[in-house]
Design a protein around this ligand. Structure first.
Ligand SMILES: [Zn+2]
Length: 464
């Protein structure tokens, strides 16, 4: 049994990069950035053969942010998140040697903190809809993570719905279904780029819920509202065909069309007009997405997964979800990109925040940023900013209390607010674009930070 030994050596304990300096090659810098201080947690997969096997698909499908599950004796015994992917045969051989076929574990994964547990594998395979053929490399995608954590540990504080006001079990399940559907939208691809019609339409539909409009909309209104969005935010070369998402979003299981018989071909706009067809989110999906926590998660997920190249602030503003573009919520007038991210004191829109709390957190950290540790010097003192983790304003409506506050330097305040960085359950400060660890959050012994607020922020980041 090589697995447990390797696990103990290179994952649980982790290796010292300096011991393998001459094997790191071109990966040296990236690995050192991922593991600046302590041991490096590495795991690998042997080259898949044949090339089109299930394993080949799994190896090629690994993504930063996915969770790797460790399997032993019909159980899953640990999990860790992928921070980086490397292909390095020399390093793999140096760490793990070769197997009986003279292969080594050269498809290397750099891993985040390891959480060990002990759960039977079969229910997990079923619960996540995974094939159990590939126990040696079981992955849970970032979108499925919340669902998975709940299966591993139903009391986990980070599970979906856990922080919502008293969700019943049935509700939590329906929420999972909605999120599963949102994360597995079938989109047409053109030149290998997925069409944005469906995600844009879903954002528009969620925007309607946010202002308590009806979920169902007649075709003509849909055409007039969604058409311009597809034109402005769809792929540049893609045609503006609102009838396409109007009709085909049904396959997501999240969408209803009324007034039109089922048919294979996409109905033409004139057919939809003649039938006075209407469409909108399915009532169960709408029920879930009317809740503010779920809505923040859904907006974060859709933007990150499908609209990575689109200006998030612009598209969210157009669909009436402007506040979801930042952690603090509503931006001041003309506040885009000019540095005036937050409201300053003295304006009429100033939110009523408790200045004593602001003072308290700054004093507690002596103005040192909890992310980078730096203190901005002023002529007579120092300067820092108190950042709410879950914004005070609409639509986030976070509480004004110490457990929802961070002391940050201006740069990290902007990055946190604009969702460029987020904080993981293990207090690692990660870059949202890559998932790479930038810093460990510094925490004062007297400062209790509530995980549920960090989790809310991660939802906005599309990092459930
Ligand atoms: Zn900082």
């Amino acid at each position: 049994m090589r697995g447990p030994k390797h696990f103990d050596h290179s994952v649980r304990k982790g290796i010292r990069l300096t011991d393998y300096e001459r094997f790191l090659g071109a990966d040296a810098r990236a690995l050192k950035e991922l593991f600046p201080a302590g041991p490096a947690r590495l795991w690998g997969a042997t080259p898949p053969a044949p090339k089109k096997s299930e394993k080949a698909t799994a190896v090629a499908g690994r993504r930063v942010g996915d969770e790797v599950l460790f399997y032993a004796d019909r159980k899953f015994v640990a999990r860790a998140r992928i921070l980086g992917l490397f292909h390095n045969q020399a390093l793999a051989e140096a760490i793990w040697g070769v197997d009986e076929k003279q292969c080594t574990w050269e498809h290397i994964m750099a891993l985040g903190d390891v959480v060990e547990f002990d759960v039977p594998a079969q229910p997990l395979f079923e619960g996540l809809g995974l094939g159990d053929v590939l126990r040696s490399l079981t992955l849970v995608s970032a979108e499925n993570r919340a669902r998975f954590l709940h299966l591993v540990d139903p009391s986990a504080p980070v599970s979906p719905g856990r922080n919502a006001p008293s969700p019943g079990r049935g509700t939590a399940l329906r929420r999972d279904d909605v999120f599963h559907a949102l994360s597995s939208l079938k989109t047409h691809t053109k030149d290998r780029r997925p069409s944005r019609h469906k995600p844009i339409t879903l954002l528009w539909a969620i925007g309607r819920l946010a202002v308590e409009q009806d979920r169902m909309v007649e075709w003509q209104t849909f055409h007039d509202e969604v058409g311009p969005l597809l034109r402005d935010f769809g792929l540049p070369e893609s045609r503006v065909t609102p009838e396409y998402p109007f009709w085909h979003l049904r396959s997501s299981g999240l969408w209803d069309v009324q007034g039109m018989e089922d048919q294979n071909a996409t109905p033409t706009p004139s057919e939809l007009t003649a039938a006075r067809a209407s469409a909108g989110l399915h009532k169960d999906a709408a029920k879930v997405l009317r809740r503010s926590l779920a809505r923040a998660d859904a907006v974060g997920l859709i933007c990150s997964k499908y609209l990575g190249d689109v200006d998030r602030e612009e598209v969210l503003e157009r669909v009436g979800l402007a506040g979801y573009a930042s952690a603090s919520g509503e931006l001041p007038d003309g506040g885009r990109g000019d540095g005036t991210v937050r409201r300053r004191s003295g304006t009429s829109t100033q939110l009523d925040r408790d200045s004593r709390l602001v003072e308290k957190i700054k004093v507690m950290y002596e103005h040192a940023c909890q992310v980078c540790g730096s203190r901005v010097e002023t002529r007579y003192s120092h300067y820092s900013e108190a950042a709410h983790i879950r914004g005070l304003g609409r639509p986030h409506n976070g509480p004004d209390q110490l457990s929802n506050l961070l002391c940050l330097c201006p740069n990290h305040h902007v990055e946190f607010d604009r969702l460029a960085i987020y904080i993981d359950e293990d207090w690692a400060v990660r870059r949202n674009a890559t998932g790479a660890v930038d810093y460990q959050l510094k925490r004062h012994a007297d400062h209790v930070i509530e995980q549920k607020y960090l989790r809310y922020h991660r939802g906005l980041c599309g990092r459930l």
